[in-house]
Design a protein around this ligand. Structure first.
Ligand SMILES: Cc1cc2nc3c(=O)[nH]c(=O)nc-3n(C[C@H](O)[C@H](O)[C@H](O)COP(=O)(O)O)c2cc1C
Length: 345
């Protein structure tokens, strides 16, 4: 078994104890022609923002059958991680809407989903810029490096200030070696201004246009959460279409989590990743495809949320995704892409 993230340990511990060198594993080819935001890649398989804390984690998963590697969201200044638990397994079940309550999984049994609670920590930009360069250098030519960025709003900031901070990070990520920049417009686990920008066509457009102006040379992807309905989705897609090259959905679906003694995380919702959100995220991918097609939009559609098997990948591609990303299942089983590639996609 290849090394995996230790959920009993802190983010900092896992950052420092990243795999020392990429594992030597046979990776089956993935027949077909695959492109990610115009970049030729060896497969439609990627890891979204989150599991890959630094270049050593990037190169670890790059050796394990993933060809699009996303550097965990970075900020324009250092930000500490939330306290443990950062990843809390929940009982098996299906989550179709925001805001339900799930139960924490008991004991040390098997699980396939968890509550995600990091608060988007970031190393200092000096550190992440140098590290992005190392990640890029270690990838081979049919792989692509995405860097996820987010703003860090200060009291009194306008939306334009927020957009400018996104743009500063995007420019720095591009200069450091990113091939694609992803602006995270949805973070379910933070309560400040950067959390739900994707729900506002005006806000999403301002961020996308400001980043595009600062970074005209690279593809721009936008990470979004679950849309409350088709109209909102249509309005946001139309608003960002002139500036973005890809939409990445769905970040996660939020829920409260109950432990034995009541609600955890101070009663606040946390994003749920894993099997629990798979069916709903597949539907969202299909709806996004219909909306993109109806608007004649050439944007790539990156499907994320609950993917774990070759059948899931086939379903996402069939639903109209151009690329498929796996977070939770890849952390639970780092060999997941190796197994998926051994079946035909
Ligand atoms: C450990 C972990 C950390 C995450 N951190 C981020 C992040 O920094 N930025 C982001 O856009 N999404 C983040 N996510 C969300 C994932 O990118 C993904 O959208 C979500 O987990 C759903 O995919 P999954 O069901 O395959 O886990 C994180 C997820 C996990 C599991």
């Amino acid at each position: 078994m290849a090394q995996r993230y230790d959920i009993r340990q802190t983010y900092d511990w896992n950052y420092l104890h990243a795999p020392a060198s990429p594992p030597a594993v046979a990776v089956a080819p993935c027949p077909g022609q695959w492109r990610f935001c115009g970049i030729p890649v060896a497969s439609p398989l990627g890891v979204p923002a989150g599991p890959l804390l630094n270049s050593r984690w990037i190169l670890h998963y790059a050796a394990l059958g993933f060809d699009v590697l996303t550097y965990k969201t970075v900020r324009s200044a250092y930000r500490a991680c939330y306290d443990l638990p950062n990843l809390l397994p929940v009982e098996r079940g299906e989550l179709r809407e925001e805001g339900h309550t799930l139960h924490a999984a008991s004991g040390s049994g098997e699980y396939d989903s968890w509550a995600i609670s990091f608060g988007m920590p970031s190393r200092d930009p000096v550190e992440w810029r140098a590290d992005i360069g190392r990640a890029r250098q270690g990838l081979h030519s049919a792989q692509a490096l995405v860097v996820s960025v987010v703003a860090s709003p200060q009291p009194g900031w306008t939306l334009q200030d927020v957009a400018n901070d996104f743009a500063v990070c995007a420019r720095q990520a591009a200069d450091a070696g990113a091939q694609v920049v992803e602006a995270n417009l949805s973070c379910p686990n933070v309560c400040t201004q950067e959390a739900d920008l994707f729900l506002s066509p005006e806000a999403a457009r301002l961020v996308a246009s400001t980043v595009r102006a600062a970074m005209p040379d690279l593809p721009l992807a936008l990470k979004v959460g679950l849309f409350p309905g088709r109209t909102c989705m249509e309005d946001v897609v139309a608003a960002v279409a002139p500036f973005a090259d890809a939409i990445c959905a769905t970040n996660s679906i939020t829920a409260k989590v109950a432990g034995e003694d009541g609600l955890l995380f101070g009663g606040l919702r946390r994003g749920i990743g894993g099997r629990a959100i798979a069916a709903r995220c597949l539907e969202e991918t299909a709806l996004l495809r219909r909306v993109l097609d109806a608007q004649g939009s050439p944007m790539d559609l990156i499907s994320v949320g609950g993917v774990a098997t070759a059948q899931d990948v086939r379903d996402r591609l069939h639903a109209g995704a151009t690329h498929v990303q796996i977070a939770t299942a890849a952390m639970i089983d780092p060999m997941v892409a190796i197994r998926i590639r051994e079946e035909s996609i």
